[in-house]
Design a protein around this ligand. Structure first.
Ligand SMILES: Nc1nc2c(c(=O)[nH]1)N[C@H]1C(S)=C(S)[C@@H](COP(=O)(O)OP(=O)(O)OC[C@H]3O[C@@H](n4cnc5c(N)ncnc54)[C@H](O)[C@@H]3O)O[C@H]1N2
Ligand code: MOO
Length: 401
């Protein structure tokens, strides 16, 4: 068995980023990865603009001084010209400063009896109340790097520099199979010995949230020739073949065995719970990841291994995870002989402190544990932890970025 981080590195190293890209409208680019660096073609803002509803003026100017109002500029108007002398210019938030002005005083800081003249109640220095030309992005400046994943903030930044279309990496195409004679689709009658297929919807949902093109190849029986035919056919059209189930040691666990015959298994078994039998390798030149069949194992190993692999395929940084939160456990915990990601929920103790409450039964077959939890905590192997001991906590909400 090998360590989690070593397995992750080994997996990433064998993945070649997708080189095909496509030019798409910004509106459809959510969750996609930039294929090239993006540079600003003009300054943003294009000129000095006002931060306040107030009066533009030429600073420095003294508190108590009196000025005539020479004109008005609204947001969206072209820049005007402030006459020289004891003048101010009525201006509103977001409007361009008139030429000759270099500061804006908020309207709360002046008095005006008739709107035609004001008295300043603050001394003004150069640049006060102004967002300078180019403060957000300068012409020629790189605003985003190739490999950046586009979320709401990045798309907003691209829109601000006037970008309407953007070159992104083609979506990774991922073939998915679930495996096992026991599986029945929800909605079908459940004969004795059968179970409903839950991993299929877990994989489809997680891949959908990660913006992947799914090639859904259904359920494979525990039968070597059917698995062989299906995997070979799938590998012709995709960037990654992903399976769940059939990677452990049972007589019917045939997926790993078949991949070792038609391709290679480069790693099998991780020092990890849940998810020990995770396997990866290749079918021809196409990477293969075999997730363990227990649903919680599928769920946890998806995020530990598949998600970084998808980011690497898309040209992104596979190591994006924010540092985990370090939070106290709400009860004693006796560790097992493997590092374990236990399902936990953040709770507020009477003291006001946020603590991690583990789910009562950590069996890797129990979907109720992941539906109840809001994240996992990493319990190092062979440690006895006391209530209040600090552990690393990985919230689920970060898993789809
Ligand atoms: N003798 C040993 N037995 C097992 C070991 C071991 O080391 N020695 N490892 C155990 C661990 S850990 C895990 S995890 C499982 C994983 O085995 P497989 O990947 O071969 O998974 P299966 O045997 O196919 O299934 C395990 C379990 O999960 C259920 N399952 C499978 N697919 C689905 C699905 N799509 N939806 C819902 N449930 C699914 C399946 O019915 C089994 O109950 O092996 C242990 N055994
Ligand atoms: O390691 Mo298995 O994934 O616990 O049940």
């Amino acid at each position: 068995m090998q360590a989690i981080d070593r397995t992750q590195r080994q997996l990433i190293e064998q993945l070649a980023p997708i080189t095909e890209s496509e030019l798409i409208p910004l509106e459809t680019a959510l969750g996609r990865f930039l294929a090239e660096d993006v540079y600003a073609e003009q300054d943003v803002p294009a000129s000095d603009i006002s931060l306040f509803d107030g009066y533009a003026l030429s600073a420095p100017s003294a508190c108590g001084s009196s000025r005539q109002v020479a004109g008005v500029t609204y947001a969206g108007d072209a820049p005007a010209v402030l006459p020289e002398g004891d003048f101010v210019w009525r201006i509103f938030t977001g409007a361009p400063l008139p030429d000759g002005a270099n500061a804006v005083i908020a309207q709360e800081s002046v008095t005006s009896s008739d709107g035609r003249a004001v008295i300043l109640h603050e001394s003004m220095s150069v640049g006060a109340g102004v967002r300078p030309k180019g403060a957000d992005s300068r012409r020629g400046q790189r605003v985003l790097c190739a490999g950046t994943r586009l979320d709401a903030a990045e798309l907003g930044l691209l829109a601000s520099i006037g970008c309407a279309q953007i070159l992104v990496v083609r979506k990774p195409r991922v073939a998915i199979f679930t495996t096992g004679n026991e599986l029945v689709a929800p909605g079908e009658p459940l004969e004795p010995g059968k179970i409903y297929n839950s991993n299929h919807i877990i994989l489809v949902s997680a891949l959908t949230r990660l913006g992947v093109e799914i090639v859904d190849l259904g359920v494979l029986p525990d039968e070597a020739s059917a698995i062989r035919t299906a995997l070979l056919a799938a590998a012709k059209h995709v960037d990654l073949v992903l399976t769940s189930g059939g990677v452990s040691v049972g007589d019917a666990d045939l997926v790993r065995q078949v991949v070792s015959e038609i391709g290679t298994i480069e790693s099998w078994r991780v020092f990890l719970k849940p998810g020990k039998p995770l396997a990866f390798g290749r079918i021809g030149s196409v990477p293969f990841i075999g997730l363990p069949g227990n649903p919680v194992s599928t769920f946890v190993t998806f995020f530990l291994f598949v998600r970084p692999a998808l980011r690497a395929l898309a040209g992104g940084d596979p190591q994006i995870d924010r540092p985990p939160l370090n939070l106290p456990l709400a009860q004693d915990w006796v560790a097992g002989d493997r590092p374990e990601f236990i399902r936990v929920r953040r709770e507020r103790a009477a003291s006001g402190e946020t603590r991690l409450q583990p789910f009562g039964d950590q069996n890797s077959g129990l979907l109720s544990s992941i539906a109840w939890a809001d994240g996992v905590a990493l319990i190092p192997a062979d440690r006895t932890l006391m209530c209040g001991d600090m552990v690393d906590y990985f919230p689920f909400e970060g898993w789809y970025l």
